[in-house]
Every structure is written in C-alpha cells, then in structure tokens.
Design a protein around this ligand. Structure first.
Ligand SMILES: Nc1nc2c(ncn2[C@@H]2O[C@H](COP(=O)(O)OP(=O)(O)OP(=O)(O)O)[C@@H](O)[C@H]2O)c(=O)[nH]1
Ligand SMILES: [Mg+2]
Length: 295
C-alpha cells in the first residue's frame, strides 16, 4: 500500500546493521526527520533513546520500538469530538486548498449518523468561492438525505453560515457542519474573512457548542506544521483531523503538531468513500509509525 519508505521500515533496516554507535543514532535522527517528526524533535528523541539504550541496556528492535513508542505517547494528544447532546453544535471546518475539507464533512456526517445516532445534521456551504464546492456539498447532502444551506457562488460566507445556524436552531438540529473555502493561509484578507465568520458564529451560537476543526493532509509533510501554526494563531483551533493517511508512508507530522502547538487530533481519514473515517487511535497510530505492530 505504501509507496515511500516508512519510519518503521527504516528502523527495521537500521536494526539489521547491528551496531548502536554514533552512526546508528545519526541514521535514526535522519529517519525521524524524513518521517516528518522535524529536525529539533528528532534530535531530542534520538538523544533520549541513546540514554535509554545505555541505562536500560535495550537490545532488540522490539525493546527499542517500545521505548520510542512510550516516548512519543507523551507528545501525541487525542480528543473525542462527539457533538453534545441536546444542544446545537457548530463545527467549522478549516484548512488550505484540497486537504479534504468537503469530503471530511460528508464522512463526519455519515459517522455521527451511523455510530452516534445523531440524525439531525445540516450541511452549510460556506465555501462560496467556487460553484463546484457548493455542488459537491449538495451532492453529499442528497446522498445522505441531509439539508444543505447554500447561496450562489460569490456570496458572503458569513451570511451562509448565519442562515445555516438560524435554520438549524429553528429545526432543532443536532449539528451544523460548515464548509469553508480552501483559503491560502498567508493572505491577509482571507484571514480577516475567517475572523469575521468566527465572530458571527460566536454571536449566534446562544449556549450551543462551537468547535473549529482544522484539516491536515498527511501527505503534506513539514508544511502542515506551518499551516496549523497560522490557523491556530488567527482562529483558535479546537481539534485536528488527519486526512489521506492511506496515501502516505509517513504521517509523523502529528507528533510535532501536538508537541509544539498543544493541539489534539480527533479523527483520521483513510480513503475516498464516506465510510473511510475513524476516531484517531493513538496507540494504533504509534504502533504503525514505529513498526511495533510488525513484530
Ligand atoms: N485517498 C484519499 N483521498 C482523500 C481523502 N480525503 C480526501 N481525499 C481526496 O482529496 C481530494 C480533495 O478533497 P476535498 O474534500 O474536495 O478537499 P477540500 O479541502 O474541500 O478542497 P478545496 O475545496 O478545493 O479546498 C478529493 O479527491 C478527495 O476524494 C483520504 O482520506 N484518502
Ligand atoms: Mg472543498
């Protein structure tokens, strides 16, 4: 399934070589960096493991991957993202172009309907930038028999989201899943637009629960950390969903995002059908990352 060499594969190769010398730890550091852990954190982890190997006399790959997993467990954070019962929940879905925002909205709606018995979900076509984006959400709405609130392309996204919340409140809905445009995070006007939407939701939520969810594409690599940093700076992020985990051998980017920004992950998506979503399983994710599940 994986096209590139994963961190787990590299660790396995390193252990075939044998010596736990300086070169081993340099190679380990490189493997961690290539796995998207980030240079600074890779050095920290490699140093820590060097100590541990000495003090606890770790020998086998299994002992080593256990130690690495234990260490990473302290960094990775997970948060349940189940809508509150008997309240209106608004989830604003954010992220740069093409990361998987609109398709993740469909997957979340399907998941909450099937697994959490929350049938009253409304989709809000807050990406008014492209006609195709509105059509995409309408397509999912039709497929799942869910209402979609939209306005013509080019309309004010804040107005669409305002209307969506008004409608959801009137109909006693459980959840509004609001799409947003794949905005470039470095464009000042787009950040301003986000801040405006945020203000509108806060003013309108009236005791309900409002969450800002950032979508991070697992295939993006180190740039994803920068995306998370910028979005979180302008509009405080509550939780992250990792998409396209099926399309990469990496996925290590979760570690520095949690460590540096203190942001938790809630779900991961693993394919293109609406069933391809699963709550973020920290232990399972780390097992795959370090190769603990291959022993
Ligand atoms: N393989 C795979 N593809 C995915 C996954 N999630 C999304 N995609 C694909 O990624 C592409 C972009 O997904 P969208 O949901 O349209 O992304 P978006 O962020 O809404 O894109 P824009 O609206 O253009 O900014 C689509 O072809 C999706 O099918 C996933 O978990 N795995
Ligand atoms: Mg979209």
């Amino acid at each position: 399934m994986f096209k590139k060499k994963s961190l787990a594969t590299k660790i396995r190769e390193l252990f075939k070589i044998g010596n736990r010398d300086e070169q081993f730890f340099d190679d380990l550091e490189d493997a961690l960096i290539e796995g998207d852990i980030g240079a600074k954190l890779a050095m920290e982890i490699s140093d820590h493991l060097k100590e541990k190997i000495k003090s606890e006399k770790l020998k086998s790959r299994d002992e080593f991957t256990s130690a690495l997993k234990n260490l990473l467990e302290g960094y990775v954070m997970v948060k349940d993202l189940t809508p509150e019962k008997d309240a209106l929940n608004v989830f604003l879905v954010l992220g740069v172009n093409g990361v998987g925002k609109t398709s993740t909205i469909a997957k979340l709606a399907n998941y909450y309907m099937q697994k959490k018995n929350l049938p009253k979900i409304l989709l809000s076509a807050g990406d008014t930038f492209r006609a195709a984006a509105i059509d995409q959400l309408k397509y999912f709405g039709k497929k799942m028999n869910l209402p979609v609130i939209s306005q013509p392309p080019g309309s004010d996204p804040g107005a669409v989201i305002f209307d969506s919340i008004t409608s959801a409140q009137a109909k006693g809905m459980d959840l509004v899943l609001a799409d947003t445009a794949g905005r470039m995070h470095n464009r000042e006007n787009l950040v301003k637009e986000l801040e405006k939407i945020d203000k509108i939701v806060k003013g309108k939520i009236n005791g309900g629960s409002y969450k800002k969810i950032l979508i991070i594409d697992a295939t993006t690599g180190q740039n994803a950390l920068q995306q998370a940093e910028i979005f979180n700076e302008f509009i405080n992020i509550d939780s992250i969903i990792l998409t396209k985990y099926d399309s990469t051998a990496k996925g290590g980017i979760v570690v520095p995002i949690c460590k540096k920004l203190g942001l938790p992950f809630s779900f991961m998506t693993v394919g293109e059908t609406i069933d391809d979503i699963t709550p973020f399983n920290k232990s399972g994710y780390l097992d795959t990352l370090v190769g603990q599940d291959e022993n």
